[in-house]
Design a protein. Structure first.
Length: 317
């Protein structure tokens, strides 16, 4: 197997693109595909400051590598969830920080155990919530805080084509129209929250794993013990089976959806009515100042993680 471009021995065959590539041209291919997605979906411009959410996994570290190699102005942040199982948080934090240092990128760390004396598992146990639901809310909030602290224009995450296509597949199977309306790889800035983008949407998990190996990126090899990945695993497997039969299907499936997403964003008259009734204006949280729509003016993060301050505020009212 020879590289289509230079004829040297190839390390990977990309059936969806009908090419085989050597390490050098494969790296170029991955970086070009990312640049193409950034341009196609108008994610950001050269002068923008991008905050990359690094988890220590292959996708986010590859994203950091690609964006710095493409010459973007990048900073990073890591959210330490305090997950002790298999030293997950400790190892992933070390890998994330080491890679940022290697690339000369500033990395802010937000540590739940340091800020609140407990990690996501203990907090979930105490509140009888699932770790993932609590984690989702917590990460969304801390991402916005990180963008504010870094004075970044946009937050970039390492979601890849397999993640996006599997989520789309699952949402279609359930006809979950509210999620189908939100699967675009760019979420615009609104209500004081920054823009969020997914620049790896043209690249498969296999391509990113190969890129990480070729580039010598040291990443954490196992997923979070509560891994959300498992939720979509069956959809990923089915999509891979179809992809094997017909290379390129995964990308056409997701890209076609992004061109048709407006069909899911049209609201029925009763939805509009409901929205008008439900929508309360955003205001700054009385405790942390981040925007919130909560009627009592206390955001869900503070309500959960800062109960003493909530009591104080309520006592004063
Ligand atoms: Fe958080 Fe994801 Fe782990 Fe769930 S699987 S606890 S959402 S990092
Ligand atoms: Zn080559
Ligand atoms: Zn708050």
């Amino acid at each position: 197997m020879k590289c289509r471009i230079c004829g040297k021995p190839a390390v990977i065959k990309l059936r969806a693109h009908n090419i085989a590539l050597c390490p050098e041209h494969f790296v170029e291919f991955v970086q070009k595909q990312t640049a193409k997605a950034i341009k196609h979906y108008k994610m950001f411009e050269k002068e923008d400051h991008i905050a990359v959410a690094v988890s220590g996994g292959k996708d986010s570290l590859a994203l950091l590598d690609i964006l710095t190699e493409l010459g973007y102005k990048v900073s990073a942040f890591y959210i330490d969830l305090g997950i002790k199982h298999m030293d997950y948080s400790k190892t992933s934090k070390e890998k994330a920080q080491a890679f940022c240092e290697k690339k000369g990128v500033k990395c802010l760390v937000y540590s739940l155990p340091e800020m609140f004396g407990m990690g996501i598992d203990e907090a979930a146990r105490k509140s009888r919530r699932t770790p993932c639901s609590l984690c989702g809310m917590t990460k969304r909030y801390l991402m916005n805080v990180a963008a504010r602290d870094l004075e970044a224009d946009v937050i970039a995450t390492g979601h890849n084509l397999d993640d996006q296509a599997a989520a789309l597949f699952a949402n279609l199977m359930r006809w979950d129209v509210s999620y189908l309306a939100k699967g675009y790889p760019v979420l615009p800035a609104e209500h004081g929250f920054p823009k969020k983008v997914k620049p790896l949407v043209f690249l498969t998990e296999r391509e990113i794993a190969a890129y990480a190996i070729v580039r010598g990126i040291d990443y954490v090899r196992y997923e979070c013990p509560h891994s959300e990945g498992a939720r979509f695993l069956v959809y990923k497997e089915h999509l891979n089976a179809i992809e094997n039969m017909s290379p390129g299907t995964k990308r056409r499936f997701y890209q076609g959806y992004t061109e048709n997403i407006w069909r899911f964003q049209i609201e029925s008259p009763d939805q509009c009515e409901k929205k008008d009734e439900e929508e309360s204006p955003m205001k700054p949280c009385k405790i942390c100042g981040m925007p919130t729509a909560a009627e009592d003016g206390i955001c869900s993060f503070c309500r959960f993680w800062r109960p003493d301050e909530v009591k104080k505020i309520k006592g004063q009212e």
